[in-house]
Design a protein around this ligand. Structure first.
Ligand SMILES: [Zn+2]
Length: 314
């Protein structure tokens, strides 16, 4: 298990520069010198996650855009705010987010680090409960409200059955986070443009950084995950942000090398991938799960179907 985790998740940061850099997976040689590397679902070398918080009514406009370009979104919702001014209505959640992920963001969007253990638990569990009822599906992903967390919050999230929890700490890289409960996204939508009002110089600089990152992701020739986070309501601010959002989606849409996924689907895939069983010489691989997996062995790609065992002769 430890070796496999190393195979899947060890990445070397190419640069300490702020710009996003492609990652080179340092897969561990097997006895016969063949590298085994996880590929994303569908055998893709790239994966894209769009991770949006709060469940404001502007999500409707974003979902229209995502659907137009065949891109999946992950939406972290505060169920206690649904139905209030500027927020989505409870009765539209299931239909609106069909083909997208609905995820926990706490019931009322408090700073969880300031709450008692009992209240943290209530904020997470009540949100899960209501969202599962509205969505008719298991809801076990999360984004920390305000991005705030501490050891207690992380432990309670785990205890409440949360599989991953996204922070707001941009990684500026394309690697898969090693701790899914401290999930670092790649970059905020448009970088940190518009963070300061009327600072057009900074806006230009951050927008340039954002598009440079997207280009680097598209040009990556090794396993690369792009996770863009933000809020649909930000697009209503100064500038032409809805146009920027569509421009970004156009850049990443309809690309055969990209797996368009929700965060929970990717997390479930990676977690299940760890259940693959290997012979000592790594020539026999058994998939006892119900998921088809995709691997790269040496320079070739293979599918290991659910329930299948594959044998390599060399
Ligand atoms: Zn939020």
């Amino acid at each position: 298990m430890k070796n496999l985790s190393t195979i899947i998740l060890l990445f070397v940061l190419l640069s300490v520069d702020k710009t996003v850099q492609a990652q080179v997976p340092t897969t561990k040689d097997t006895i016969e010198g063949k590298n085994i590397e996880m590929l994303f679902p569908g055998g893709k070398t790239k994966a894209l996650i769009i991770s949006m918080d709060d469940g404001r009514d502007t999500d409707r406009r974003l979902v229209v855009l995502l659907n137009k370009y065949g891109i999946k979104g992950t939406f972290h919702l505060n169920s206690g705010k649904l139905g209030t001014k500027d927020y989505l209505k409870k009765e539209e959640i299931k239909t609106l987010f069909k083909n997208h992920e609905v995820s926990v963001h706490s019931s009322n969007h408090p700073n969880l680090t300031r709450l008692s253990i009992k209240d943290i638990r209530n904020e997470i569990l009540s949100d899960r409960t209501v969202l599962e009822q509205l969505n008719g599906n298991i809801v076990n992903g999360m984004a920390y409200p305000f991005g705030n967390y501490n050891d207690t919050v992380v432990a309670i999230a785990k205890e409440c059955g949360i599989t991953y929890a996204r922070t707001v700490e941009d990684s500026y890289n394309f690697s898969i986070p090693t701790n899914f409960l401290l999930w670092t996204p790649t970059i905020h939508q448009f970088g940190k443009a518009y963070f300061t009002p009327n600072d057009s110089l900074n806006n230009q600089k951050e927008l340039a950084l954002f598009y440079t990152s997207i280009k680097q992701f598209l040009a990556a020739d090794t396993l690369a995950l792009l996770d863009v986070w933000g809020h649909s309501w930000e697009n209503d601010g100064e500038g032409n942000r809805w146009l920027e959002m569509e421009k970004f989606l156009q850049l990443v849409a309809h690309n055969l090398t990209i797996c368009y996924t929700t965060q929970i689907d990717l997390v479930n895939y990676i977690n299940a991938f760890k259940s693959l069983q290997y012979s000592i010489n790594k020539r026999i691989i058994t998939n006892k799960s119900s998921i088809d997996f995709f691997i790269k062995r040496g320079h070739k790609s293979f599918t290991i179907k659910a329930g299948e065992t594959i044998r390599f002769t060399e």
